[in-house]
Design a protein around this ligand. Structure first.
Ligand code: WT7
Length: 663
């Protein structure tokens, strides 16, 4: 393989370590020597040795890792029990993720280190040391207990990006309650679905949240959801926006300041089984209903910590900022569990990147001297569009490492990120992973990996990827195929909450014994992986997963809709945009109905699922067996098939028939 240490890269190297090459995918960017010198991984050999050991002697490798990096109330016996589908890690051991994030650091004399630097959208600021964070977590945990929550109960969290969101997650972890964080952009229907699927006992929310200077009434949405959530006994409400009009239904609803604030700041973490559920996180699959991905305590915690330390090359003097929301897996693993277990200092920001102006992120980087920035390609594309002047106003010289997650980063955005934000000085780690994998699976290691724009490069220790064809046989390099993971790793999902059949069907049925990621990929001559998009009907909008069927179901639930088909089309900013084709009955297919349907989807799922285009059509193109011809619709949606602006597509069925006859 070609890398920084192979000595092959002398000629043609520029100051920034760039190798200019004619073929875009062969452009190589070497880690700056300064970076490599102090890096966690500083030689290729170190990586190769660790990778081989984790692959060939996983029990020995992970035993040492777990003993060194987690606190054990009781030691584990067997390291990994694997039956080609279900896995248990660190069998019989007892630990606690909140203890690992807080007490373990405090016990090591790091209690006065800053854990969280928080900035609200209006500009309010708070910092919490590890001591202070533990104090708040203990108070919240005691409050949860007072509200009747105990180990094994599910707590739904629907909150703004305030420190209390992380505090609530860690408070659940402290007492063995299972958190289910629901991104604060989801609708009342979506919240109720999740509450009911998980039998949530408690809901935690806030009076509202700030977004682009406006207040969004979170509690109002939750009230609507709770009317349909019979299992929820109490709702704990944080005062964030001082909305006096919030209605509190007694005795169900209680204020955070009444229940949590008076508690003592001491509460010992409960020793929990390694495999005790830590959280459920709902994500879209290829069918309509979101699936509750289950992660458990020890394996997930270890994976989040170690991948954080490896990929972000964490050092004591770093100020680390992950711009994700805790409502997604990125926030779980790389705002809360990974960095806090590693004793990092994390910046947490509540609001929009363009409020009060388009330079807010760069203002934050400059003000807080951020050294590591982890964001998404969709954000990078927005920054490019907003213009360099917003970046130029600020001193970004504190930055030393940049990260990307959520979708592949297109080479153009990669180059801008590298030049404009990284000043050609900061390595970029393009991290490939999923809600299901718990943490990063493939990524450059910033001190040693020569990066290629658009590739997530190579697997981390413990990850054994394999690319297979439809028959399950491994494909050769350069050939695309289905990306699977061959061996269990500590952070892997343990199941889909309450749906064993779907778990098997989704991940284990197509290629027996191997975890099916749902992504297509290919490997190049250097052993680098290139992700080529999804196999299934899942689309990726602004780095968030949405199932086309989910949006279709929402549309069809409207009385005027007979049939709906939803596809993704390329979008400059969001990666993919949502295009809907709808046939209606008893109503004029006009603009008014279009608006009504868009609002309907917002109400059913949330603003993030609202289609960008909605076209009316008399019939949908289908194959003889009745399958909607999505490929055709995708072409039409991306403007490939039909020129000009066609808002109704009566000729769609004709087109489809023509297509069918061709094949
Ligand atoms: C899907 C997972 C991982 C946290 C955020 C999204 C796509 C994610 C990359 C990347 C190419 C990527 C994949 C994956 N994806 N990161 N670096 N390069 N594709 O989590 O909602 O579970 O979505 O996002 O398609 O399967 P998620």
């Amino acid at each position: 393989m070609t890398d920084a240490n192979s000595g092959q890269m002398g000629a043609g190297q520029t100051d920034s370590g760039q190798i200019d090459n004619v073929l875009i995918e062969d452009r190589l960017f070497l880690p700056p020597a300064e970076f490599t010198k102090k890096a966690v991984f500083s030689t290729q050999q170190q990586y190769e040795e660790m990778y081989e050991r984790a692959k060939n002697e996983p029990d020995g490798f992970w035993k040492e890792e777990a003993e060194e990096h987690l606190h054990w109330f009781e030691p584990f016996g067997e390291v990994c029990q694997w039956n080609a589908r279900h896995v248990q890690w660190f069998v019989g051991g007892k630990t606690n993720a909140s203890y690992n994030c807080l007490d373990r650091n405090i016990d090591a004399g790091r209690g006065d280190r800053t854990a969280i630097i928080w900035e609200g959208e209006p500009g309010d600021e708070r910092t919490l040391t590890y001591n202070e964070l533990r104090h708040e977590v203990c108070k919240c945990a005691a409050g949860l207990k007072q509200l009747g929550v105990s180990a094994g109960d599910v707590v739904s969290i629907y909150m703004p990006m305030t420190p209390e969101l992380a505090i609530a997650m860690l408070a659940c972890a402290r007492i063995g309650a299972i958190h289910s964080v629901i991104f604060a952009g989801f609708s009342a229907e979506s919240i109720a679905d999740r509450n009911n699927d998980a039998n949530a006992k408690l809901m935690i929310t806030a009076d509202g949240l700030y977004r682009r200077g406006k207040v969004l009434p979170l509690k109002q949405t939750v009230d609507e959801a709770l009317a349909k959530s019979p299992t929820v006994e109490h709702c704990l409400v944080l005062r964030r926006v001082n909305d006096e009009s919030v209605s509190m239904t007694e005795p169900r609803d209680v204020w955070w300041h009444d229940v949590v604030d008076p508690q003592s700041g001491e509460l010992a973490a409960t020793p929990l089984d390694s495999e005790a559920p830590l959280f459920i996180l709902y994500t879209s699959g290829s069918t309509g209903k979101p699936k509750g991905i289950l992660h458990t305590t020890a394996g997930y915690n270890l994976w989040a910590k170690r991948t954080f330390e490896w990929v972000f090359d964490h050092r004591d003097d770093d100020i680390y900022w992950c711009t994700a929301d805790c409502g997604w897996i990125t926030g779980h693993s790389y705002i809360v569990y990974g960095p806090l277990s590693a004793g990092a200092t994390c910046l947490m920001y509540e609001g929009a990147p363009n409020y009060p102006a388009e330079d807010r992120f760069w203002d934050l980087v400059e003000k807080h001297k951020v050294t590591i920035l982890y964001t998404a390609p969709t954000a990078v594309r927005a920054f490019i569009k907003w213009g360099d002047q917003h970046v130029d106003k600020h001193d970004l010289s504190s930055l030393r490492l940049l990260g990307s997650v959520g979708e592949g980063i297109n080479p153009e955005a990669w180059m801008w990120y590298h030049k404009k934000i990284g000043a050609e000085r900061c390595p970029i780690v393009d991290t490939w992973w999923q809600t299901e994998t718990g943490g990063i699976m493939m990524s450059p290691l910033p001190g040693i990996t020569a990066t290629k724009p658009g590739s997530c490069t190579r697997p981390l220790p413990g990850v054994v990827p394999i690319i297979v064809d439809e028959t399950g046989s491994e494909v050769h390099d350069h050939h695309g195929g289905m990306l699977c993971i061959d061996k269990p790793w500590p952070g892997m999902l343990r199941g889909i909450w309450g749906d064993e059949q779907r778990f098997i069907q989704q991940y284990w049925a197509s290629v027996p014994g191997k975890y099916l990621t749902g992504d297509n990929a290919r490997r190049d001559k250097d052993g680098y992986y290139w992700i080529m998009g999804r196999i299934d009907d899942v689309i990726n909008v602004s780095g968030h997963r949405l199932s086309t069927i989910e949006v279709e179901s929402a549309l069809v639930s409207h009385e005027a809709v007979c049939e709906a088909a939803v596809v993704g089309r390329p979008d400059e900013l969001k990666g993919q945009a949502i295009a809907a084709f709808v046939s209606v009955r008893d109503r004029e297919p006009n603009d008014e109905l279009r608006q009504e349907l868009l609002m309907h989807v917002r109400k059913q799922i949330g603003a993030l699922a609202q289609p960008d285009d909605l076209r009316f059509t008399a019939t949908l193109p289908k194959t003889r067996s009745g399958k909607i011809m999505r490929r055709l619709l995708r072409d039409i949606a991306s403007g490939k098939e039909i020129a000009g602006d066609t808002s109704t597509l009566e000729d769609l069925s004709v087109l489809a028939k023509l297509r069918e006859e061709e094949s």
